[in-house]
Design a protein around this ligand. Structure first.
Ligand code: RIB
Length: 340
């Protein structure tokens, strides 16, 4: 038989109302009584039934967050930032991983609705926002993180990925590299398409520069390694002299393929720039230059936007941060190379 509020009240010698105050409004109860009730809760092993409290209060203490790849440290950092802001407001974050599947994303959204979360932050699993629009039409506040949509129907927090792609390519071009390759995932992923667009714009400004596009099925270390092995298999004169990877996981895989006896030196033969600046970037076999996204700030701001939506506080519906290039050994050019 589960321990209830009445059992705690009897054990502490107080009323049920006092126990409720200790749980929800402890500032209204004397410290001595709070301690007595909390001791009874510990001794009896009482666990509050949030569902009943949520029904009474109309709002839960939780926020839903759905990310497309929990294995990517970038999204772990987004979740950390979201947790930090939620904790400031006495709330918690329920995390779901869609694995870039619309079906799994929908299942998480429905569960969050049952859990009566205050709202949902998510990086959409795909370009199809039909189900998301239907979900939001039910009244649940939705904030896009790491994405924005032109119609502006959802408030969003994101990074200017077109500028990020331009920064990456510009950095390589300024060092005299001219045979660039962009290693990305499907261009149906908006982040990939935007980064490529920025890189193409930078290359178009430099005579004699070219940008080869290598599209992998997904943005993972394994796919980066496969792309790298295909580059190593090419004749040296047929290889790019610089690679811009659409995220750091791809870059880590490329570096793996270029290391360990491949005969390819980074940056001498092939310079490398990644994207996200995850913690591993600085720790790779050749510390990786990367376009930094403020991942924790993205998550923090996403929750902050949600709380402002809930409280009817005026706020920007579209927050966009600027990326920053962090240069490390993978583009440490000892001397400017003559364009070959
Ligand atoms: O999900 C793929 C990429 O998009 C991540 O690595 C991060 O860069 C996000 O913006």
């Amino acid at each position: 038989m589960a321990v209830g509020v009445k059992d705690v009240a009897a054990a502490a010698g107080v009323s049920v109302g006092t126990v409720s105050n200790v749980l929800n409004r402890p500032d209204r109860v004397s410290e001595r009584t709070v301690e007595r009730v909390q001791r009874a809760i510990r001794e009896l092993g009482f666990v509050r039934n949030d569902a009943a409290r949520q029904l009474r209060a109309g709002r839960s203490r939780s926020i839903g967050l759905v990310v497309p790849d929990i294995g990517n440290p970038f999204f772990a950092d987004v979740a950390r930032g979201a947790e930090d802001r939620a904790a400031d407001a006495g709330m918690t974050v329920l995390l779901g991983n869609s694995d870039e599947s619309d079906e799994r994303q929908q299942a998480h959204l429905e569960l969050f609705q049952e859990q009566r979360v205050n709202g949902v932050l998510l990086t959409p699993a795909s370009e199809d926002l039909t189900a998301l629009r239907r979900f939001a039409a039910g009244g649940m506040p939705v904030i896009l993180v790491d994405r924005e949509v032109e119609e502006g129907i959802f408030p969003s927090v994101s990074v200017d990925d077109v500028e990020g792609g331009r920064l990456a390519a510009r950095h390589l071009l300024d060092a005299g590299r001219r045979r660039l390759a962009f290693v990305g995932g499907p261009q149906s992923v908006q982040q990939v398409a935007d980064r490529l667009q920025g890189a193409q714009a930078a290359v178009a400004e430099v005579d004699g520069a070219a940008l080869e596009v290598i599209e992998q099925p997904s943005l993972t270390v394994l796919q980066g390694r496969e792309a790298g092995e295909a580059i190593v298999a090419r004749a040296p004169d047929d290889r790019p002299d610089a690679v811009f990877a659409a995220n750091d996981l791809l870059a880590v895989g490329l570096l793996q393929a270029f290391s360990f006896g491949s005969g390819v030196r980074v940056p001498e033969d092939i310079a490398m720039v990644g994207y996200d600046d995850i913690d591993f970037a600085a720790a790779t076999v050749v510390p990786l230059s990367s376009v930094r996204q403020p991942a924790r700030l993205l998550g923090w701001t996403g929750v902050d936007l949600l709380l402002k939506e809930l409280d009817g506080v005026e706020h920007d519906r579209r927050v966009r941060f600027q990326p920053e290039l962090v240069a490390r050994d993978s583009t440490a050019f000892s001397s400017r190379r003559n364009p070959s």
